[in-house]
Design a protein around this ligand. Structure first.
Ligand SMILES: [Zn+2]
Length: 181
């Protein structure tokens, strides 16, 4: 199973109410010496979103970077670079979500600078379209801001995917992905 398949299988377990992640004392003890998370997740700070829960993964498996609107800011991209360069993470996920307040704010106001000005709005200006578009745009923003990650993606070593989680169902739907080599 691919790493993306592993992540999506966890989402299926969560939706089915058949989660298996267990954060035991043994697991915690085994993580003292280091970590090798298989995926780095860029997601919104929204309290209704929790990657470890909706992807049914235990401690040590996801390197989660959060900021309102899941914007790949320089700090976020540097954090993801750390995961790729130092922890061996090869899957990057840009995770938008339904009813995103940050995208809604960007749609309703004309931010000229700051974080919310970086939300990528879809030409239709429909909220769901904008949420999906902003997540997909995150792939390009990461590639543009990180030559190191761009090289790894070009070489087929690292994959970046973008998707949207529906808050009501918990389902994570992919909207775009780079190809693995
Ligand atoms: Zn949000």
């Amino acid at each position: 199973m691919t790493l993306l398949g592993k992540l999506l299988a966890g989402n299926e377990r969560f939706i089915a109410g058949e989660t298996t992640a267990k954060n035991t004392a043994e697991l915690q003890a085994s993580l003292v010496g280091g970590q090798s998370p298989f995926a780095a997740i860029l997601c919104c700070a929204d309290s209704r979103i929790a990657p470890e829960i909706v992807f049914d993964q235990s401690l040590g498996e996801l390197f989660v970077c959060r900021v309102a609107g899941n914007i790949p800011t320089p700090e976020i991209v540097e954090s993801i670079e750390y995961a790729v360069g130092h922890l061996g993470t090869t899957l990057i996920v840009v995770m938008g979500h339904s009813s995103c307040g940050a995208v809604t704010a960007a749609l309703q106001s004309e931010f000229v600078d700051g974080l919310f000005a970086q939300v990528a709005l879809a030409p239709t200006r429909d909220l769901d379209d904008c949420i999906a578009h902003n997540a997909e745009h995150g792939i390009n923003a990461i590639l543009a801001r990180s030559p190191m990650i761009e090289d790894a993606v070009k070489n087929g070593v690292v994959q970046i995917v973008a998707g949207v989680q529906d808050i009501a169902s918990g389902r994570f739907e992919l909207v775009a992905q780079t190809q693995l080599g």
